[in-house]
Design a protein around this ligand. Structure first.
Ligand SMILES: Nc1ncnc2c1ncn2[C@@H]1O[C@H](COP(=O)(O)OP(=O)(O)OP(=O)(O)O)[C@@H](O)[C@H]1O
Length: 572
């Protein structure tokens, strides 16, 4: 949470990004101004009634303005609420657009559930400032009008009230600061609680399997407790505001009483004059309380929106920017002296240079954490190297449009996210235009997913929501493989794609993939020697460096890691 801009520049840059329905707010504002004016009329008629002017015209006037006032009081909030919901809708749209356009590496840094919380919870505070501008302006108008009437009615007594100004200023500063701090904490606690529950409930089975219920009970209590405390502080803050208003009102009454008695004693005011002054004074204090609420909302809303502001300020990935992909005879994947680390963390790849031959199947092997998956992500341009160059098929990845680059690759991981929707939706996810049914079924066949899909009552139209629990992880993996194959990628990246499948099944799929990709490039990570043995080319990594590359014989001659792989396979 780093957005520490001044409140004005914070909101200027925040709202600059949205299209605000100003006309709706103007209607609400206009009715607010009329509401203030009508309120004055109600007071005027009330004063006349109190003075005993019980004529029909006075009573009728009082009734008319009171009803008009009530009607405006009903309509104004409705219009305002409609406009507010439109603003929230647009902030959510902006957030979703922004999140989708964040660079790939940002997804590694951000907690997904914290982003969920920002989109669902924090944005609800986005309207308080806009509505505050208008209702504040209306209140200010009412406040100034009421002050003017006070001054016209009795300028010496009104002058006494100037004494209260320093107290009012102090009240605004303190309440504003407190509200900002409390709301920032409140939304951070809400974020923490949402993150905790979305993480722990989606991993619920794992928590139970690890017998972690008791420990997680305490962690959950702590997350709930911090939200509870933040809400208590918030409730405390609301009451502080009520108290501040009452004390301020009391102060003005005391000042008015002292000042009034002095004027009465000096013969400069009639004794009854204090009653009428007090009626107008009530209006002034009412508007003052409204202005304070508006200010409190502005500061509180800044506190709640700090995280949303940070996200909206994040740099987007310009997926179209860069060179177009050019086809060339040379389809090799080349790393030239690449150094890379995730963010400012330690370096993972050190002076890594290799040429992975295009049109062949290459296995990347190495110990856990040696940087294999990192290489796969760099090939596809998900991250950019700190130094050095990566070329794929004659295209320099850092200078190529990310969108075009991603389209050239199929990527299957050990655990692939599937979306809610049907099996068909998932296989076709990412394909453009209409895909013939046979093509989809062919891809499913190549991934050996066809037989189990056909056995489901709704076949390809089975929703994953309903079948999700019934599908094994191997079946889900086959859907993911079908999804990668249907796109007919020039380069297929398999990052332990067979880990959740039994060896025989995976080898059949693997052979199918190789047949389908014949002439194209496959790069895969595997720990299984039987799969590695069928690769055309090997790349061996050790602690983020290239240990060896070449054919099996070439690599065996120089790579200790590869020799150990073979020995352990023979032993087992
Ligand atoms: N998003 C990330 N942010 C920070 N560090 C990361 C990130 N992803 C991986 N790393 C670190 O980079 C190093 C290499 O990870 P990588 O996943 O590339 O290794 P690997 O060889 O594929 O390992 P394995 O065989 O276990 O899958 C590890 O030390 C890992 O902790």
């Amino acid at each position: 949470m780093k957005n520490n801009k001044h409140v004005i520049s914070f909101f200027l840059s925040f709202y600059r990004r949205l299209s605000i329905p100003w006309w709706l707010y103007l209607i609400a504002f206009g009715s607010g101004v009329v509401y203030a004016e009508v309120g004055m009329r109600v007071s005027e008629y009330l004063v006349r009634v109190n003075k005993g002017e019980l004529y029909n015209s006075v009573i009728l006037g009082y009734v008319f303005f009171t009803i008009f006032n009530a009607l405006l009081g009903f309509l104004r909030p409705l219009v305002e609420e409609y406009a507010n919901q439109k603003v929230i809708l647009r902030v959510r749209f902006s957030m979703w657009r922004k999140i989708l356009h964040l660079p790939m590496d940002q997804f590694g840094k951000e907690q997904p559930s914290s982003l969920v919380s920002a989109v669902t919870n924090d944005v609800t505070q986005a309207t308080l400032v806009i509505s505050g501008i208008f209702s504040g302006a209306a209140s200010l108008f009412g406040f100034v009008r009421a002050c003017m009437i006070l001054y016209q009615y009795n300028s010496p007594l009104a002058a006494y009230l100037l004494l209260c100004i320093p107290v009012a200023v102090a009240m605004f500063v303190i309440v504003g600061k407190l509200q900002f701090t409390i709301m920032k904490k409140r939304y951070a606690a809400l974020n923490e609680m949402t993150t905790f529950f979305s993480e722990h409930l989606s991993a619920g089975k794992y928590v139970k399997a690890q017998v972690m219920e008791e420990k997680e009970l305490e962690s959950g209590y702590a997350a709930i407790d911090s939200r509870y405390k933040a809400d208590i502080y918030y409730a405390f803050m609301e009451q502080i505001q009520v108290l501040t208003n009452s004390l301020y009102s009391l102060l003005t009454t005391v000042v008015m009483a002292v000042g009034g008695s002095r004027l009465i004693n000096a013969g400069k005011m009639e004794a009854t004059g204090i009653n009428m002054f007090s009626t107008y004074m009530t209006q002034v204090n009412l508007y003052m309380a409204e202005l304070l609420t508006v200010w409190q909302n502005v500061m509180g809303s800044k506190g709640a929106l700090v995280r949303v502001g940070d996200i909206l300020d994040m740099e987007e990935e310009h997926t179209e920017k860069g060179n177009s992909w050019t086809e060339s005879e040379n389809r090799d994947i080349v790393f030239k002296n690449v150094n890379f680390g995730y963010g400012s963390e330690k370096e993972i790849l050190h002076d890594f240079s290799v040429c992975i031959p295009g049109g062949k199947t290459t296995a990347v092997i190495g110990d856990n954490g040696s940087g294999k998956s990192t290489v796969m992500k760099l090939i596809q341009g998900f991250y950019q190297p700190d130094s050095g160059e990566i070329w794929v098929g004659g295209n320099k990845i850092s200078e190529t449009s990310p969108r075009e680059c991603h389209k050239k690759f199929g990527y299957v991981l050990q655990n692939n996210p599937l979306m809610s929707g049907t099996i068909r939706d998932n296989i076709l996810y990412g394909t453009e235009g209409e895909t013939p049914e046979e093509e989809m079924k062919k891809a499913a066949g190549e991934a050996r997913a066809d037989s189990f899909i056909d056995a489901l009552p709704n076949g390809y139209d089975t929703t994953l929501g309903e079948a999700g629990n019934r599908l094994s992880s191997g079946q889900k993996q086959r859907i993911a493989i079908a999804r990668a194959l249907i796109a007919k990628p020039d380069y297929l990246i398999l990052d332990e794609a067979g880990a959740s499948l039994d060896h025989d099944t995976y080898m059949k799929i693997y052979h199918g993939i190789r047949k389908k990709m014949e002439g194209n490039t496959i790069v895969f990570i595997a720990h299984d020697m039987r799969e590695i043995a069928e690769a055309d080319y090997l790349v061996v990594m050790h602690h983020g460096r290239l240990e060896a590359c070449g054919t099996h014989e070439e690599v065996f001659a120089v790579s200790r890691t590869y020799q150990e792989y073979l020995q352990s396979t023979e032993a087992s």
